[in-house]
Design a protein around this ligand. Sequence first.
Ligand SMILES: NC(=O)c1ccc[n+]([C@@H]2O[C@H](COP(=O)([O-])OP(=O)(O)OC[C@H]3O[C@@H](n4cnc5c(N)ncnc54)[C@H](O)[C@@H]3O)[C@@H](O)[C@H]2O)c1
Length: 247
Amino acid sequence: MKRWVIISGGCGVLGQSFARALAEDGYEPLLLDIAGPKSDKPLVGEFLRCDITEPSDVMRLEGYIGAPDAEVHGLINNASCQPPGFAHELEDYSVECYRRVLDVNLAGSFLLTRAVVPYMQRQRFGSIINIGSIQGVVAPTFEIYAGTGITSPLAYAVAKAGMIHFAKWVAARYGNYNVRCNAVSPGGVNDHQKGGGEFLDVYCSRTPLNRMVRSAEVAELVRFLISNRSAYITGQNIVIDGGWTAH
Ligand SMILES: NC(=O)c1ccc[n+]([C@@H]2O[C@H](COP(=O)([O-])OP(=O)(O)OC[C@H]3O[C@@H](n4cnc5c(N)ncnc54)[C@H](O)[C@@H]3O)[C@@H](O)[C@H]2O)c1
């Protein structure tokens, strides 16, 4: 029996980290990504090129999860994008960029959730995880971005707040079928904790645990939420931010 966990944006940094943890636990990660591998390292998981905002691309999922020897244990709605102009000020923000950020996060997650829920209902189990962000929980501390060229745009904040509420709605609707849905909201992720420059220093100095989160730490939470050890947790947003949102 193939125990699929579908990961959108599965070729990215967090996507691969989730895939590694879940493969260790005996799941088959199915990586849906618009782009291929980002490095020469072999991908962990089976790669299906897919723009998750395209219904016809998402339909190709059926070939995997509809197979007689398949179970769908999880869906991780993880893909996000930074189209050209992503970091522009609101006054200069294009509606195309704004729409694309919402489309990938919210419409993409909608299409994938719509595709997997009937299978999970039939199985009477399944765990869906939406990747949010602290940017969907609290408003940005704009001072930390001054002069860095980095920012947290409105489109991203709104998309991530939407991902969190999306999880509550799905949890309420499908709990009767033992289908769970939670959001995981990380703070800034950095796997190379040294030499990150001024922005990293300022960010870390404002974080109670004085560092960014490592992708493997977010993966531990995801591993727990996919497993039965979290069988009674649904409809929650679990923030993993070293205390950033505590003050
Ligand atoms: N990196 C951070 O600091 C951080 C912090 C909080 C939350 N997050 C969230 O975590 C998630 C993963 O982030 P990451 O750092 O791994 O980013 P990443 O850019 O490494 O990965 C995102 C992946 O999504 C894919 N993608 C984009 N558009 C797509 C589409 N239309 N269809 C399919 N795939 C598409 C990209 O090709 C990429 O592989 C995102 O939702 C992000 O917002 C990241």
